[in-house]
Design a protein around this ligand. Structure first.
Ligand SMILES: CC(C)(COP(=O)(O)OP(=O)(O)OC[C@H]1O[C@@H](n2cnc3c(N)ncnc32)[C@H](O)[C@@H]1OP(=O)(O)O)[C@@H](O)C(=O)NCCC(=O)NCCS
Length: 185
C-alpha cells in the first residue's frame, strides 16, 4: 500500500511538523501549494495559466495512489498547514514496476531551507528501501533548479544524463532536463 507511518520531526526553531501520507482531505491544500510553485514561474513545465487540475481530480488521484502498492505521496504538515509534498510512482508494466519515478517535489517558498525537502526525499527513499518491488528511483529536474539538484545529490541520486535546451522559459532563456537516479538497497 502507498502509505507510511507518520514521522514527527522538528524545525531548527523547535517547531514540530509531520511527514505523512497525503489524504484526500489534503487535495485543496496540495493544489494551493502547487499553484504557489507555478506562480514562481521557474520550476515547472506547466504555466500557472495552463493549470486545470480540479480538487475533485486531485482527490481521486490521491485515493488511487493510496491503493497502488508502488505509489506514495507524502506531505509536510506544519500545524495543519501543508507546506511541502513529494510523490513516487512505480511503473504500471512488468518491465517498469521496479522503477519509481519521483515527481512533484515542492516546498512552499516561505518554508524552504529548513530541512523539509530533505525529510520528504529521505522518507521516499526509506519507503522504497522497504518496498521489495522497487529497485531504482529516478527523476527529471531542470538544470536551472540548483537547489533541487543539490537536494537529490544529498540523498544519493546521481546525474545519469542530460537533454540539452529542451525547456524554453523565454527568448534566449533555456534549461536542460537533467536525469537523476539512485539504486535502492
Ligand atoms: C528543491 C526544494 C524542494 C528544496 O526544499 P527545501 O526544504 O528548501 O530543502 P532543504 O532545506 O531540506 O535542503 C536540503 C538540501 O537541498 C539543497 N538546497 C536547498 N535549497 C538550496 C538553495 N537555495 N541553493 C542550493 N542548495 C540548496 C542543499 O544541499 C540542502 O542541504 P543543506 O541545508 O545541508 O545545505 C525547494 O527548493 C523547492 O520546492 N523548489 C521549487 C520546486 C522545485 O524545484 N522542485 C523540484 C522539482 S524536480
Amino acid at each position: 500500500m502507498g502509505e507510511i507511518k507518520q514521522r514527527e520531526l522538528t524545525l531548527e526553531q523547535g517547531e514540530q511538523y509531520y511527514i505523512r501520507t497525503a489524504s484526500e482531505t489534503n487535495a485543496a491544500a496540495i493544489l494551493d501549494l502547487y499553484r504557489s510553485v507555478l506562480a514562481e514561474d521557474r520550476y515547472t513545465l506547466l504555466l500557472l495559466e495552463e493549470m486545470q487540475r480540479t480538487e475533485e481530480a486531485e482527490r481521486k488521484a490521491i485515493a488511487d495512489e493510496i491503493k497502488r502498492p508502488g505509489c506514495l505521496r507524502v506531505v509536510a504538515d506544519v500545524d495543519g498547514l501543508i507546506v511541502g509534498m513529494a510523490r513516487v510512482k512505480a511503473g504500471g508494466l512488468k518491465r517498469t514496476a521496479h522503477f519509481g519515478d519521483v515527481d512533484s517535489v515542492w516546498v512552499h517558498s516561505e518554508w524552504r531551507r529548513h530541512g523539509i525537502g530533505n525529510a520528504l526525499i529521505d522518507t521516499i527513499v526509506r519507503w522504497a528501501e522497504g518496498n521489495k518491488g522497487i529497485e531504482k528511483l529516478g527523476l527529471f529536474v531542470f538544470s536551472t533548479s540548483e537547489a533541487a539538484i543539490a537536494l537529490y545529490h544529498q540523498n544519493g541520486f546521481m546525474i545519469e544524463g542530460r537533454a540539452t535546451r529542451d525547456i524554453k522559459f523565454a527568448e534566449d532563456d533555456y534549461a536542460d532536463t537533467v536525469i537523476m537516479g539512485r539504486m535502492v538497497d
